[in-house]
Design a binder for this molecule. Structure first.
Ligand code: BG6
Length: 508
């Protein structure tokens, strides 16, 4: 079959021409995000010829340092990641031309994010277009934006742009997200703020729009009349490990649900936008998020992993991870049911689950269709008519798989379940991608489609607000590491006469 790719977004953002000249100022240049994801992504963008000659990077952090020091450190970490098969970036070798392009453009500035002198020093170095990337802990987001605004660094003169990328978590509840939005919007216009959610950097997530809206087959059945329920899963085998300091006050709900899981929810549930224009798409996503009925605590289950076995080795309980309290009640797993109150989805339950130290790694959206309207096959042997299930596979498999019923060959009318699937790798060349390439490029080209608008973020927090407020913190249940999660999560679905799909890609 001929391979064909079609532009999803407007021309500038199709990845065909270099971004306009600009300075990328990275707050948190010494941090993990910069090393693990931003540098490999910039390297890949350079390799694809998508960075302009007039591109430079100014790394800002609080430690002493020099341009050469930053260049050496980042060269070493990139080399180390390229050899580490578990890192997001593994390559046979580092291409000297692509890395040379980045390396020679790297500069360092020592600065305290809380001091005006830091922003004055940045101002002395930055002219024209600039993207300020907050690759720092969330408590610095507001401080950095204030510093930028007060130093006049967010003033856009002539045709030049000044944009700010803000990482997650954006707030820790509805009130703090609103406060942060109000605070940053005092320093600049909404169009200058790019709130990142790295799930939107995943090709497979972006492709949901194409899958839904470029196929006439799906639209008529993508609604309550034909769909029984939808399950959205992000199961991880990794534990919290070294991230206890961040995770203890955060937990699985804040870490994953109003942001990543809701982005998947919006992609699968939103109405078709009139175009792929950023505002058209973001408006539909915000409308969907706003239609989520606030989730009552009785529709959710919080779990925490106990000691167990993960991928063949013994692993400790969450409470025994570094920087975690011995009596912690932070959840490492959450399952919930939600409803979307609009014409398309009324009455269709959406079940969401995400957890660490689960039996398998699997991020997917499973759409379960209603059964055929009458039981023609009631009398047939093994008339085990499972529902038609369409799974959008996001990680680690990339593709779509559909399970349905067919006749088993032979003289009798016997029903069997089969699966048919599409995998990206079978049709398209594998392009190097750690997940931030499109997001960085889009920010430089000014395409906000894949970034979250203030209203979308706030709607996500509003939906989970009753859980954050009304949930007894002690109400956490335990599951062994390496399992499918707490049994209470199974009961949540059993209450509705349903069950979770397996985490191994099989329907059971
Ligand atoms: C991050 C969360 O935002 O997303 C992590 O903080 C989580 O806890 C990660 O592991 C999951 O992302 P991915 O791309 O590995 O599925």
């Amino acid at each position: 079959m001929a391979e064909q790719t079609t532009a999803l977004k407007n021309d500038a953002a199709c990845g065909t021409k270099p971004a306009p000249p600009c300075t990328l100022v990275i707050f948190g240049a010494g941090g993990d995000l910069t090393k693990r994801l931003l540098m490999p992504s910039l390297y890949n963008l350079a390799g694809a010829g998508l960075l302009p000659a007039g591109f430079s990077i100014l790394g800002v952090d609080h430690n002493d340092g020099t341009d050469e020091g930053l260049r050496d450190t980042l060269t070493k970490t990139l080399e180390a990641f390229s050899k580490d098969p578990t890192s997001e970036f593994h390559a046979d070798h580092i291409d000297p031309k692509s890395w040379g392009f980045i390396r020679e453009r790297l500069h360092y500035l020592k600065g305290d994010f809380e001091k005006p002198e830091t922003f004055a020093a940045i101002k002395a170095k930055v002219t024209g277009n600039a993207v300020f990337y907050c690759a720092v802990a969330a408590r610095f987001f507001g401080t950095i934006v204030d510093g930028l605004g007060q130093a006049g660094l967010l003033k856009q003169e002539g045709d030049s742009f000044r944009r700010v990328v803000i990482e997650k978590p954006f707030g820790s509840d509805l009130a703090s997200a609103r406060e942060l939005n109000a605070r940053i919007l005092k320093q600049g216009d909404e169009s200058q703020f790019f709130r990142i959610d790295h799930f939107l950097g995943k090709e497979t997530v972006q492709s949901i729009m194409a899958f839904r809206f470029a196929n006439g087959l799906l639209e008529p059945v993508w609604r309550r009349e034909y769909i029984d329920s939808i399950q959205i899963t992000a199961a991880e085998t990794v534990g919290v490990e070294e991230r206890g300091g961040f995770y203890e006050p955060t937990g699985a709900l804040r870490d994953m649900v109003p942001n990543h899981m809701f982005q998947l929810l919006c992609m699968v549930g939103m109405e078709p936008p009139n175009s792929f224009d950023a505002e058209a798409v973001r408006t539909e996503k915000a409308k969907l998020a706003e239609a989520v009925r606030p989730i009552p605590p009785e529709d959710a289950v919080r779990g925490q992993y106990a000691a167990g076995t993960s991928e063949g080795r013994d692993v400790p309980a969450y409470r025994d991870e570094p920087h975690v309290a011995k009596d912690s009640v932070t959840e490492t797993y959450i399952a919930l049911k939600l409803h979307i109150e609009n014409w398309r989805w009324a009455g269709v339950p959406f079940y969401i689950r995400t957890g660490k130290r689960m039996t398998g790694r699997r991020t997917e959206i499973a759409v379960l269709f209603k059964p055929a309207p009458f039981k023609m096959f009631e009398e047939t042997p093994t008339a085990d008519l499972g529902p038609t299930v369409m799974r959008i596979l996001i990680d680690p498999d990339h593709g779509v798989s559909t399970e349905f019923n067919v006749k088993v060959p032979g003289p009798q009318m016997k029903i069997g379940r089969v699966r048919s699937g599409f995998r990206y790798k079978d049709f398209f060349a594998d392009t190097p991608n750690v997940g931030y390439e499109t997001l960085l490029y889009d920010c430089m080209t000014g395409d906000a489609t894949l970034f979250q608008r203030a209203d979308n973020i706030e709607a996500g927090w509003a939906a989970v607000d009753p859980l954050l407020k009304g949930w007894p913190q002690a109400d956490v249940t335990f599951y062994p590491a390496g399992s499918t999660g707490p049994k209470e999560a199974d009961e949540l679905l059993a209450r509705d006469g349903r069950h979770w799909l397996g985490l191994d890609g099989e329907t059971d």
